[in-house]
Design a protein around this ligand. Sequence first.
Ligand code: CP
Length: 314
Amino acid sequence: MIWTRKHLLDIESLSAEEINTVLDTARAFKSVGERSIKKVPALRGKTVVNLFIEPSTRTRISFELAEQRLTADIVNFSADASSFKKGETLKDTARNLEALNADFIVIRHSASGAAHFLSRVVKSSIINAGDGAHEHPTQALLDAFTIRERKGRVAGLNVTILGDILYSRVARSNIWALLKLGAKVTLCGPSTLVPETFALMGCRVTHDVADAIREADIIHLLRIQHERQRKSMFPGIGEYRQLFGLNQARLAMVRPDALIMHPGPINRGVEIESDIADGSRSLILEQVTNGLAVRMAVLYLLNGGKDFPEVSVG
Ligand code: CP
């Protein structure tokens, strides 16, 4: 299948076929990362601006490395050292980047809709690296890639997402991706953070952890998104840990082949105990490794899928 999209703004608008094309392409790029020479010329002569207006470790570094491996010219934009501080708007900032012939703008922003907005005001290709509580499409793609690689499929699996769903862009993108690929999705957490309305997307909603994890093939944990919550959504961290944290007693209830995921950053001792985060069932660092191949695939496909003969998107 040929990818004809100019932007990657969300998972909601992608088809299952488009998602699978990214995952197949990422598999080819993962093998490039295992060679002694890890670079390919797919983005030679192209300029990519990493416009991160909100903090990031994994996504920012992963995009930067993906762009280097594809031989792009890279500009890393730091909001603190920019004219944002003097009141310049996002639109004007982006139009200045466009005037410098940026082919791609990778944007992380605290406002939901920021990536869609940029796609309407500049000619560059826009990649959403996380917009408010809306979507984080490359995170969902790397999560689906990791599940498919470890379990051999996504369709038919029971995937439980446990934590702060309401404020999580990772949850929204994962729900779209997992449902499109045929997984059964269960959401669990405090009722204030997992409202019943998520059932309208096609998920099962429960507030009972034992019920949520017992039959799960994948348990995807999310941290509490304090930076987006406008009021206290539960009594305290201690109570959250006691009622919803993944500890050894809860792990003893799950299937022997169930695997643990987390997009990071993790809050050890809150949503996940340290020994589980570092244990043999944890895919947390594998997710980070796979993020590089997935982001290479996304950039490559948005650039028309050229100059990397090992990958065929035709
Ligand atoms: N998973 C994720 O988006 O992490 P960062 O915020 O560090 O990029």
